[in-house]
Design a protein around this ligand. Structure first.
Ligand code: SF4
Length: 289
C-alpha cells in the first residue's frame, strides 16, 4: 500500500463515521509510539504534507491510472504523460501540497524525481503484459475474535490457475535484510485479510521498491498467517488496554525526528491536547463484542 497523504482507513466523514478498524499503518504507529498512534488515530491531528509522502501518492496514482489504458498503450511515455494531470488532481484534493516547495525550481526537481521513479518502474515490470484483478482495492475483514481489519491493496494479480499475487509499490529503497520482516508486516496483514475473506492464502507477496529497483517477494503459508493473526490479536489487546486506561505514553526514538507532533509531545516539552470525549469509544469499536 502507498504511503498515502491521508490514511484512508481513518478519513471518515464525521456524518458517517465508519466503525474503527486496525490498518497496517496505524498498527505500526502503535508499535513505534503509543502517543503518536493517539495523535493520528484518536485526536486525528492534522499533519503537514511531506514531499516524500506526496511523491509516493503521486507515483501510485499514475501507476493506478496507467492500467486504465489498453495494454499496448501502457508505455513509459504514457506514464510520464499522466504525471502532470495527476499532480493537478492531487493539488485540487489537497491544496496545501503546493506549499511544500520553496519555489518553482524545487517543484521541477521534485517532479523530475517522480518521473525517474516511473522510469524505474518500467525497468522492473512490463505493464502491457499484466491485467491486474484489483487496483487500490479497499479490503476489510473481521477476524473470528471480532477484530476488524482494513487496508488498501495497491494491486492484485490473479494467474490463470487462480494463484493470487499481492503487489505493493514503494517509492523508497528496499530495506536491509535485517529489517525485511518489518517490511513484510504490511504484506502479511493483507495476506491474512485476503485469506480470511476468500479462504485461499495468496501465493505471493511482492514489494516493488522503485527507489533502488529491487523487489522483495515472500510466499506465505497458513501456519505463518495463523501466528500473525495471534500477534495482531495480542497487539489489539495492548492497544485497547492503553486506550481504556487513557495512557498513551510517548516512546522516544530516532524516528521522533520525522514526527509532526513534537510540539504536543512531553518528550519535547509539549503538552497533548485534551483527549476527545468520543475518541476512545470509537477506537474500541475495532472489536465487536
Ligand atoms: S515526538 Fe517521538 S515520542 Fe513524541 S509522539 Fe512523536 S514519535 Fe512519539
Amino acid at each position: 500500500m502507498t504511503d498515502t497523504v491521508v490514511d484512508s482507513s481513518l478519513q471518515d466523514a464525521p456524518e458517517e463515521r465508519r466503525r474503527a478498524a486496525i490498518s497496517p499503518s496505524r498498527a505500526k504507529d502503535f508499535l513505534q509510539c503509543p502517543l503518536l498512534f493517539r495523535f493520528r488515530a484518536i485526536d486525528r491531528l492534522p499533519e503537514p504534507p511531506s514531499q516524500a509522502a506526496v511523491k509516493g501518492s503521486l507515483v501510485h496514482n499514475v501507476l493506478e491510472r496507467l492500467f486504465d489504458l489498453p495494454a499496448a498503450g501502457r508505455t513509459e511515455d504514457a506514464a510520464h504523460g499522466l504525471l502532470d494531470p495527476q499532480w493537478e488532481t492531487l493539488q485540487e484534493e489537497r491544496p496545501d501540497v503546493a506549499e511544500m516547495f520553496t519555489g518553482p525550481e524545487e517543484l521541477t526537481a521534485w517532479l523530475a524525481e517522480a518521473r525517474g521513479l516511473l522510469t524505474q518502474y518500467f525497468r522492473m515490470e512490463n505493464p502491457s503484459r499484466l491485467e491486474p484483478a484489483e487496483r487500490e482495492a479497499r479490503v476489510e475483514t473481521e477476524l473470528s475474535s471480532g477484530i476488524l481489519l482494513r487496508g488498501f491493496v495497491d494491486r492484485m494479480d490473479v494467474a490463470p490457475n487462480g494463484a493470487v499475487r499481492v503487489v505493493d509499490y514503494k517509492t523508497g529503497k528496499s530495506p536491509h535484510p535485517s529489517y525485511q520482516d518489518d517490511a513484510l508486516f504490511q504484506m502479511r496483514f493483507y495476506a491474512l485479510m485476503l485469506w480470511r475473506l476468500h479462504g485461499t492464502v495468496p501465493a505471493r507477496l511482492q514489494l516493488v521498491y522503485l527507489g533502488n529497483g529491487r523487489t522483495l517477494t515472500h510466499d506465505p503459508v497458513e501456519e505463518e498467517l495463523v501466528a500473525f493473526e495471534r500477534d495482531l490479536e495480542g497487539l489489539w489487546q495492548r492497544m485497547a488496554g492503553v486506550a481504556r486506561a487513557e495512557k498513551f505514553a510517548p516512546r522516544p526514538s530516532r524516528l521522533c525526528a520525522w514526527c509532526s507532533f513534537q510540539r504536543y509531545c512531553p518528550t519535547f516539552g509539549g503538552e497533548p491536547p485534551e483527549l476527545p470525549a468520543d475518541g476512545v469509544a470509537h477506537l474500541l469499536t475495532v472489536q465487536a463484542v
